[in-house]
Design a protein around this ligand. Structure first.
Ligand code: SF4
Ligand code: SF4
Length: 171
């Protein structure tokens, strides 16, 4: 009798649907995700670090790294909304579970470093050109100043009747 009952259970389990659900591959709607950084765009300005209310982000400009402590992040999105280069986003993918408070560190990409150096070089060249143009204009102005000085004849002409007006105002 026990064999019959066992066989019934086996048969039932073979043809019925599983009682459990498969793990979801995508985030359900409404969840906030987790912070991801595209290091090809990040210029290490540090604004995200300043805006983070839990100090979960650290930027090291000397080492050219951007770090985040995932367990300190409260998924508020403040860093994402304030990133001037739009390199941050809320990734909607599950992460590996962890038991330790780790820090994830990412190095700025060579592409981003080259782009940033090119921008800085162009800015320095613009500043140097502007300074040179200003110096040239100042030199030209210095030479033109004596020619623009009033001639002796003009200086000899009587001054406008300002005192008379003053007298009129006094009356
Ligand atoms: S992620 Fe954005 S805000 Fe943060 S350092 Fe990079 S560019 Fe600046
Ligand atoms: S989502 Fe909020 S808490 Fe998380 S790193 Fe960004 S600013 Fe900090």
């Amino acid at each position: 009798m026990a064999i019959v009952s066992f066989n019934k259970t086996v048969l039932h389990n073979l043809i019925s649907k599983p009682k459990t659900r498969k793990a979801e591959k995508e985030y359900p709607a409404g969840t906030r995700g987790h912070v991801e950084n595209d290091m090809d765009l990040c210029i290490l300005c540090g604004l995200c670090s300043i805006k983070c209310p839990t100090h979960a982000i650290t930027v090291d400009k000397n080492e050219k790294t951007w770090s985040i402590r995932p367990m300190s992040c409260i998924q508020c999105r403040s860093c994402v909304d304030n990133c001037p280069k739009k390199s941050l986003s809320m990734g909607l993918r599950f992460q590996e579970p962890g038991t330790e408070k780790i820090t994830k560190t990412f190095k700025q990409s060579e592409k981003a470093i080259a782009a940033q150096e090119a921008l800085m070089k162009a800015a320095k060249e613009r500043a140097a050109a502007a300074a040179a143009a200003k110096a040239a204009a100042a030199a030209q102005g210095g030479q033109a100043a004596p020619a623009a000085a009033p001639s002796p004849a003009a200086q000899a002409q009587p001054t406008p009747a300002a005192p008379a007006n003053q007298d009129q105002n006094k009356e």
